[in-house]
Design a protein around this ligand. Structure first.
Ligand code: 6MZ
Length: 339
């Protein structure tokens, strides 16, 4: 069933937008996935898994492992980074905070550092090309929940060293049923000491102890926050920590039953800061414009509320204050042109 009207989608496409929660390997173009799967002789059964539409959360993590098998070498990492940025730019995203997990692949001569360098090269190429001129991009390095303290610390150290080249923060993500908070907390504390901002995937499944520990840590942003009890909800409201919300992702992975029941509504109605995001635009066949259109339809948001929502996201970026101000000016110019 269509979740929005064509007019609504057109408006959302014209809206300048900010994307703060997008995983690189989850945002691949369909055509690139097919091409790489063919080139790498991926088992046709696995190719079929990639092409399947709906998927639960646990199926999703199997899918990421398959995608990782076809995005193995440095040139491919540079290429997909460039393409993903071009796609967000084409969707009228003016600022993108892309995130990815640095990977060690000795068989491809890849270290976390060389992986990250390949991503930074893609960022540079995209922004120098004609299709990426209107978008500003920053990078977050992700810690995968499968990683231990040493691997998490290596990622944080790398982010700190490459801070001046556009890495602004650290993300914790991966299969929410795997790993323990105590393993990554030292690295996240180190990130904070190094002046990096932190965003955490939290409460994607019900795990009250972990969610309470994450709230206690006070990250700059949280992602998802789908499965909360009343106590956690109050705790979270009291912190005022902005939440990155990914509607299609939560519905497709069955973390939330339906769009109208999505926690966007109570958060938004209570005035709690929320940011609409795509999560994995390739895996969930979405775009940020579609996510705005879905929200407009499900929660009856007016065009002026959509503007406000889009512009307010600037406050929650990991940019410096003067950079935020520049972005606000860009949005105001776009608004004047559209109205
Ligand atoms: C948690 C997710 C995710 O890092 O290889 N990732 N983690 N919840 C989600 N909700 C669906 N979607 C993506 O991009 C893929 C990786 O991002 C994380 C997972 O760790 C996945 O392997 P990168 O570029």
């Amino acid at each position: 069933m269509q979740q929005y009207g064509e007019e609504q989608l057109k408006f959302c496409q014209a809206l300048p937008k900010v994307e703060l929660h997008a995983h690189l390997n989850g945002s691949l173009r369909d055509t690139t996935i097919r091409e790489l799967a063919l080139k790498r002789n991926l088992d046709p059964a696995l190719t079929k898994v990639i092409e399947m539409g709906d998927r639960t959360l646990s199926e999703c993590f199997k899918l990421f492992d398959i995608i990782h098998r076809i995005t193995t070498d440095h040139d491919t990492i540079t290429r997909i980074t460039c393409e993903v940025i071009e796609d967000f730019a084409a969707d009228n995203v003016h600022y993108l905070e892309l995130r990815t997990t640095p990977k060690t692949r000795s068989e491809h001569g890849m270290t976390k550092r060389s992986y990250t360098e390949a991503v930074l090269k893609g960022m540079q190429e995209a922004q120098q090309g004609s299709r990426g001129q209107n978008i500003t991009v920053r990078l977050l390095l992700s810690i995968d929940r499968r990683e231990d303290t040493a691997a998490a610390l290596e990622t944080v150290q790398l982010a700190a060293e490459l801070h001046s080249r556009g890495i602004v923060g650290i993300d914790l993500s991966g299969n929410p049923t795997v790993g323990k908070w105590s393993a990554w907390e030292p690295a996240l504390q180190e990130a904070r000491r190094q002046g990096l901002k932190v965003t955490l995937h939290a409460a994607e499944v019900y795990n009250p102890e972990e969610t309470a520990a994450m709230l206690h840590f006070r990250p700059e942003r949280l992602g998802h926050m789908c499965c909360l009890d009343e106590r956690l909800e109050v705790l979270h409201y009291n912190t005022g920590i902005p939440v990155e919300l990914c509607l299609s992702s939560n519905i497709i992975t069955e973390s939330v039953a339906s769009y109208p029941e999505h926690h966007f509504h109570p958060f938004y109605s209570a005035g709690h800061p929320v940011i609409l995001c795509t999560d994995d635009s390739g895996v969930f066949c979405t775009s940020l414009s579609k996510e705005f259109a879905i929200a407009a339809h499900a929660f009856q948001l007016s065009n002026s509320q959509l503007w406000q929502l889009s512009e307010a996201a600037i406050d929650h970026t990991f940019l410096k204050e003067e950079e935020k101000e520049q972005l606000r000016k860009k949005f105001q110019i776009a608004r004047a042109t559209l109205e």
